[in-house]
Design a protein around this ligand. Sequence first.
Ligand SMILES: *[C@@H]1O[C@H](CO)[C@@H](O)[C@H](O)[C@H]1NC(C)=O
Ligand SMILES: *[C@@H]1O[C@H](CO)[C@@H](O)[C@H](O)[C@H]1NC(C)=O
Ligand SMILES: *[C@@H]1O[C@H](CO)[C@@H](O)[C@H](O)[C@H]1NC(C)=O
Ligand SMILES: *[C@@H]1O[C@H](CO)[C@@H](O)[C@H](O)[C@H]1NC(C)=O
Ligand SMILES: *[C@@H]1O[C@H](CO)[C@@H](O)[C@H](O)[C@H]1NC(C)=O
Ligand SMILES: *[C@@H]1O[C@H](CO)[C@@H](O)[C@H](O)[C@H]1NC(C)=O
Ligand SMILES: CC(=O)N[C@H]1CO[C@H](CO)[C@@H](O)[C@@H]1O
Length: 519
Amino acid sequence: MRSFYRRPKIVFVFVFLVLFVVWLFVTIIEFSFGLTVTTDDLIATGKTLRNGRQLKAFITSSYYYPTSESLGDNAIALVMSINLVSNPVLKLAHFFSPDSSELVIMAKNATSSVIMKASYVRVTPHEACQIITVFATAQLIPNVTNISMLGDNGVAEIPFTSPSYTKRDVVVCTSPLYVSEQWQNFLLAVHIYRKFGAHMNLYLISSVTSFYELMKEYEREGYMTVQPWVNVDFPGVPKTTADPYNQIEFRNQAASQTDCLLQFKESARFVTFLDLDDVLIPKIAPTYAEEFQRIMDGKKKLAYIFYHKENYDAVVARNSSRFSLRKMFGSLECKHKRETGKIVVDPRNLNYTWIHYPPDLPNGFEKYEVTENVITHLKTIVWTDEQNESGEAPIEPLYFDNSTAKIIASKDILNIEKDLRRMIRKPRIRKIFSKLPNMHYYTDLVVNCYNDRYYQYHYSGRIANIKCPGPQLCEFVQHPKIKCTHVTATHTPMETLYPITYYYATNAHFTGDIGCYAH
Ligand SMILES: *[C@@H]1O[C@H](CO)[C@@H](O)[C@H](O)[C@H]1NC(C)=O
Ligand SMILES: *[C@@H]1O[C@H](CO)[C@@H](O)[C@H](O)[C@H]1NC(C)=O
Ligand SMILES: *[C@@H]1O[C@H](CO)[C@@H](O)[C@H](O)[C@H]1NC(C)=O
Ligand SMILES: *[C@@H]1O[C@H](CO)[C@@H](O)[C@H](O)[C@H]1NC(C)=O
Ligand SMILES: *[C@@H]1O[C@H](CO)[C@@H](O)[C@H](O)[C@H]1NC(C)=O
Ligand SMILES: *[C@@H]1O[C@H](CO)[C@@H](O)[C@H](O)[C@H]1NC(C)=O
Ligand SMILES: CC(=O)N[C@H]1CO[C@H](CO)[C@@H](O)[C@@H]1O
């Protein structure tokens, strides 16, 4: 010690170092638990520490089923995005007890009330993103009027809706579209689904405005439904606790698919989950329902059947007045490259699903890999001025297997083209048609961004370099001439509840005031 007294500089450095280490330690602890110094947090620090950190859950779906074959009557099904995965840089949180996985739900009807516990299950099978999708269900009481979530220090009432009870054979759930310009692609998909007996339920974040208007007309005509897909947000919560802009996988696609499954659980015989550029055309039967039924018949209880995707190139007219589906079919060229496919389910046999398939098989169920048909994946779509007229007969695009099999027969192509003409003749649609974009801009930004920042790591196996493909992965420099219609909603700050604070959006609708963005 004496030598220290004789060397004031060393003492100074030593004291400084000690202070620095203490500061560093406190910062790491704070950061890992997402503590920010508000009085609210200080009061509740004990509880926060017990649970590792504050949990924030955004409710994306909340369906109350007066009757349900698979969930039981008076059931509630919840889908939530929750910050369950701790920041990987700061592993400290793992030393604490695991997070409570129990929800406490209170339901009231006109005459009584009930409190139920329900545990939630993970839908997202990996930990690349900190905010993951979870599912929970519980049976409540008849004629529920109010549902609340209970915490240790309070109650939060949450909204709920009824699922669809309109009987349908097949529902195609189209994953969330954003900054979309691919109207040709949409027309191909929506007419094919109509022709072979499916209803399209399309999740929409943003698209160029004329394309949005086109979709709304197809909705009016009963071909499809446009479902606004709102962003997850936790107003007032620091990003170190829950960062919905960077830490949710692909604009919450797994939650949108599970929402669709739950929405049509009681009403559809089959539900399938496809991107807009995936086109499934029945091959072994004249309709989707018959094909799915034939594939499932005689097998064990199936949670899902899995169709592979085969990549195709397509050429389309950029000028909407020259566009035809017949020519688009004729241009399809197989690339002989397979990509991860998608599933078709009997919604009674599955309660939740991730992007490609569910994270696990429910007890007593099996899956089947379809060999009878594949999904036609429009990997590249070239917009051209010149498109060769094919002669009298339409060109039937080839099935991927190098046999003489075709994806679709000429008579079906002609029927589909006729239906497109019928729609274009409608005055409202004709007006929109002339405004559809004849150039693509955002499409290129999306493709380049995902290749640079995601797929090059994904496909080269450099998994360690993969960052969460969050909603803000790509920047979209706005184009002065291209206007988008974008979803918006009201997000309200919430009182902190322990162990979980619940958030939700209300008043979802579309607006032209935001611009072309992905969240
Ligand atoms: C409320 O729920 C109870 C069951 O807990 C049920 O007996 C009663 O009929 C329900 N009230 C109404 C108005 O449906
Ligand atoms: C029940 O919900 C309605 C809105 O649906 C609300 O106006 C009312 O205050 C709620 N009642 C209770 C007791 O929470
Ligand atoms: C699109 O085609 C129509 C008819 O062929 C033509 O009159 C129009 O000028 C074309 N528009 C553009 C932008 O090329
Ligand atoms: C779906 O949830 C209900 C209610 O918890 C359960 O009884 C049923 O087995 C689940 N279905 C599947 C396929 O896991
Ligand atoms: C049109 O046909 C010609 C000759 O058959 C061919 O060289 C050209 O590539 C075709 N153009 C398109 C856009 O398919
Ligand atoms: C079909 O032929 C292409 C080459 O023309 C080849 O790359 C591909 O593997 C073949 N596919 C099958 C299923 O035989
Ligand atoms: C009072 C009331 O709304 N009763 C309804 C409760 O729910 C059952 C079905 O679960 C209806 O049949 C009742 O009419």
